[in-house]
Design a protein around this ligand. Sequence first.
Ligand SMILES: O=P(O)(O)OC[C@H]1O[C@H](OP(=O)(O)OP(=O)(O)O)[C@H](O)[C@@H]1O
Ligand code: HPA
Length: 229
Amino acid sequence: MVSVAVTVQQPARSAPAKEVASCSGRQTYHDDMAKVLFTEAAISNRVAELGRQIAQDYHGKAPLVLGVLKGSFMFFSDLVRAIEPCPRGLTLDFIRASSYGSGTESTGEVKLKTDLKREKVEGRHVLLVEDIVDTALTITTVSRYLLEECGATSVATATLLDKHERRKLSYRPEYVGFVCPNEFVVGYGLDFDEEYRTLPYIGVLKPECYSHLGIEAPEPDGSGDSCDE
Ligand SMILES: O=P(O)(O)OC[C@H]1O[C@H](OP(=O)(O)OP(=O)(O)O)[C@H](O)[C@@H]1O
Ligand code: HPA
């Protein structure tokens, strides 16, 4: 019998309890939706198509499929099962990248956390899996890291959503589920202040759902910074 002792370090002072049901009167995440942009069925069909295409393109290439956490977790798990027939030598790993904090605009600083060793990446064809490419700061940072620091042979990206109107850097993902309108979206892995990730569809929040953080609802269309493309 092996016994394992786990010590959980408590914070010195307990954090204030998070307000529950921040949009008054609404009890579930579904109630906070102003509209659904991409339904569960539409996502499922599109993921199946992308999986088949990726299986063909990576046949014989033993790809490393790398999920960019946290937002990609749901798309990643559906997509890798849809890569059929699965190329031999395909392996999986993850990298953590964050830049949005609790807001709806990128801070401009992409923080990477990874325990990926160079020897796992060197000489490999890497397929990055993202939930969304928006300004493209995140995907550009991760791609450069893999090519320049880890010696990947190639890096391509499969993203469920491409919000190309908001680009700050020029970037064209190889595999795109849907073009996303210029609106802040949640669900299917995507969050606002860590909430809504578990919704099985992609939607837009009611404006009042932003007020508890003291921020205004993001303006759709035309409000993004200009693009350097
Ligand atoms: O193209 P960009 O403007 O860089 O935005 C895209 C990135 O933003 C989100 O990550 P976030 O920083 O919110 O972290 P998360 O994945 O943990 O939600 C999303 O998952 C992408 O990684
Ligand atoms: O529209 C978005 N929603 C959630 N996270 C995001 N990260 C970039 N764009 C978005």
